[in-house]
Ligand binder design. Structure first.
Ligand code: IPM
Ligand code: MG
Length: 355
């Protein structure tokens, strides 16, 4: 198992360090892994003037999986768009063909009261948001800036989906639903957008191939509302790149904190990039405050989806559950009567639970 490790910026290096300690335990216990680190994001820009340096992309291509921290920071906000840390991530997704982004929102019962929703609304929550990751308005062209005939400045982007792009993500959606509760909710804006009309037509057509799956459709604005009104109505949500970006942040809060949400981005062969769904949190970087659990659980997803090591994945997830039951909490999920710990101490607790 060859793994490229790209810690990135902000809290990235701190949370990745804890995930690496967890992987070290599994390595000691017999999993054969080769890990190699490389600069990426703002760190890539600092080292090589590029958020995705050629050597880093090469390493990511050659690896079976990529484990990422987070990218971005105020220091880089002034750079031109193509040099910004986020572009490193977007280019890697595109270059590696990572079109299927899995963002599970699972509530650990220990955290039911840390959610901003009433505990009874989220108790037992287990939904999967499947976001298309290499198309849509993120990558559509033309895009740019111009002056209109009145001489006013305009910015424009293109929302675009081809039929094969829509089919392959919906396929992943139907298959994921088959392995879970057999309910697939396709989210679009069909009342307004052409891309959404095509998307919905194709979804209805593909549903014939999956008679066991109950397919429903929902407008994205309604989905945003339903996620906070009655989130347990969902099993698998499948949607485009931009809607999925927004809805997955929203869904993360149902679980108590975005610091708890792992993600996987897969290509057609299940090669994957694994990263927490949260950002680089520059405000708390270097303060030993960040929650490393989303990254630790991303490494569990890596073992499951790319390496088919279900048992090792479950071992990590069980260790996370155990430390939560023991009361360990980083600041983002802290409540009175629990034990507030830092990033490193949370890592210590997970390592101890693994042992
Ligand atoms: C995410 C992030 C990225 C995105 C940013 C950092 C480009 O918000 O992974 O959800 O918009 O996809
Ligand atoms: Mg996002």
């Amino acid at each position: 198992m060859k793994i490229a490790v790209l810690a990135g910026d902000g809290i990235g290096p701190e949370i990745i360090a804890q995930a690496l300690r967890v992987l070290e335990v599994l390595k000691r216990d017999g999993l054969k892994m080769e890990l190699e680190e490389a600069p990426y994001g703002g760190a890539g820009y600092d080292a090589h003037g590029d958020p995705l340096p050629a050597t880093t992309l090469k390493l990511a291509r050659e690896a079976d999986a990529v484990l990422c921290g987070a990218v971005g920071g105020p220091k880089y906000d002034v750079l031109p768009r193509e040099k910004r840390p986020e572009q490193g991530l977007l280019r890697m997704r595109k270059e590696l063909g990572l079109f299927a982004n899995l963002r599970p929102a699972i509530l650990f019962e220990e955290l039911a009261s840390a959610s901003s929703l009433k505990p009874e609304l989220v108790a037992g929550l287990d939904i999967l948001i499947l976001r298309e990751l290499t198309g849509d308005i993120y990558f559509g062209s033309p895009r740019g800036r111009r002056n209109n005939t009145a001489g006013e400045r305009e910015g424009f982007d293109t929302m675009l989906y081809s039929e094969p792009e829509i089919r392959r993500i919906l396929d992943v959606g139907f298959q994921a639903a088959m392995k879970r509760g057999r309910k697939l909710c396709s989210v679009d804006k069909e009342n307004v957008l052409e891309t959404s009309r095509l998307w919905r037509e194709i979804a209805n057509d593909m549903a014939k191939k999956y008679p066991e799956v109950a397919l429903s459709h929902m407008y994205v604005d309604n989905a945003a509302m339903q996620l906070v009104r009655a989130p347990k109505q969902f099993d698998v949500i499948v949607t485009g790149n931009m809607f999925g970006d927004i809805l997955s942040d929203e869904a993360s809060m149902l679980t108590g904190s975005i610091g708890m949400l792992p993600s996987a981005s897969l290509d057609v062969n299940n090669k994957g990039l694994y990263e927490p769904a949260h950002g680089s949190a520059p405000d708390i970087a270097g303060k030993n405050m960040a929650n490393p659990l989303a990254t630790i659980m991303s490494s569990a997803m890596m073992l499951r989806y790319t390496f088919n090591q279900e048992e090792a994945a479950r071992r990590i997830e069980a260790a996370v559950k155990k430390v939560l039951a023991q009361g360990y909490r980083t600041a983002d999920i802290y409540e009175t009567e629990t034990r507030k710990v830092g990033t490193k101490e949370m890592g210590d607790a997970v390592v101890a639970a693994l042992n």
